[in-house]
Design a binder for this molecule. Structure first.
Ligand code: TRP
Length: 334
């Protein structure tokens, strides 16, 4: 039997992934390439839904791709590609946009949050249609499973709704995907504000651990992470959100269950614990950073790897779009 297909995407909107991206997405993607037919996409079309400078976009797309390979995605096993290289994404998005109700799109909470930041009238129509483009990314590849963060749940529901609507109206065409949401790492929070999600757009630099950051600054940030009153290393989300966040991080990075960590640091205070968390972060990030630097040093080779990914992705996307065109009623081009 064929392996189930997985598809996910990550935005090239920063000069490095952060710990939240790594634990919540990238590491998961690497694991899933062992058991799934995996498609992973650097979603540059999504990145331009907010004002983006061309050189920065080019740089960040390469940096994102390089980090994916550096983190362990194997170009032989996984199809790693850049969204804009496969024209069918925008083409299918248009068809799906025409199947989406204004009210339906207007209920997307992420749009509401993001547009509030710009002021509603300054937000682009592209930002409004962002979730529909995401639906196209997924449906195009007939994906069974989509590993995402909990904040993407609503977009996945929209994806299923649109796929179902198309199937109903034009005949069975799309596989309806299931979300795959990782509970344990849902809550990697800001080191300076442990009640807020670690996020590129809202965290301060001191609150974020970047994969490509040098060991010195990384260590400092962990040591300066906001902790709580008291001195015991205990998991207590309500009264000790800072320590609980560090415990989650340490546990995710080392594979040690949280209760075991709590027992290990009994009577030891925050300092020793934080030092170990910093070491775990460095041990994970340093080799990824080194491999990323190597990959970025040979742009031609990196672009060649991405061309292979785009070729493989295109073969699938083309097939789906041929069906879609025919079913929607577009004339064949002779
Ligand atoms: N919206 C996703 C995020 O911000 C990124 C994304 C774009 C995506 N297309 C996708 C995720 C397709 C999964 C599948 O995290």
């Amino acid at each position: 039997m064929a392996r189930p297909r997985v598809l996910s995407g990550i935005q090239p909107t920063a000069d490095s992934f952060h710990l939240g991206n790594y634990l919540g997405a990238v590491r998961q993607w690497v694991t899933m390439q062992e058991t799934h037919d995996a498609f992973y996409c650097v979603v540059d079309l999504h990145a331009i839904t907010v004002p983006t400078e061309a050189d920065a976009l080019r740089r960040r797309s390469r940096v994102a791709a390089a980090q994916l390979f550096a983190a362990g995605l194997d170009p032989e096993r996984s199809t790693v590609f850049v969204q804009s290289h496969v024209r069918e994404h925008t083409e299918l998005a248009w068809v799906l946009i025409c199947l989406t109700g204004m009210g339906e799109a207007g209920r997307m909470t992420q749009f509401k949050d993001k547009s509030a930041k710009f002021g509603e009238s300054a937000a682009s129509v592209g930002l409004f249609t962002y979730p529909i483009l995401q639906a196209a990314d997924i449906l195009l590849y007939q994906a069974n499973l989509v590993p995402v963060g909990a904040d993407q749940k609503q977009h996945l529901e929209l994806t299923r709704d649109l796929g179902q609507r198309f199937n109903h109206r034009f005949g069975d065409t799309f596989t309806l995907p299931d979300p795959y949401i990782l509970k344990e790492v849902e809550k990697i929070t800001d080191l300076q504000d442990p009640t807020a999600k670690m996020s590129k757009s809202s965290s301060s630099p001191a609150g974020i651990l970047d994969v490509l950051e040098q060991p010195g600054p990384l260590r400092k940030k962990v040591m300066r992470a906001v902790t709580d009153t008291g001195s015991e290393v205990l998991f207590d989300e309500e009264n000790k959100p800072g320590i609980s966040n560090l415990l989650r991080i340490q546990s995710a990075l080392t594979g040690t269950p949280i209760p075991e960590l709590v027992a290990r640091y009994e009577g030891q205070g925050y300092g020793t614990f934080k030092k170990d968390v910093a070491e775990a972060v460095l041990e994970t990030f340093a080799p990824i950073r080194e491999r990323t630097e190597k990959l970025l040093a040979d742009e031609k080779e990196l672009d060649r790897m991405l061309a292979i990914g785009a070729e493989r992705a295109s073969a699938v996307a083309r097939q789906t779009m041929e069906q879609v065109r025919e079913r929607v009623g577009f004339l064949p081009k002779l």
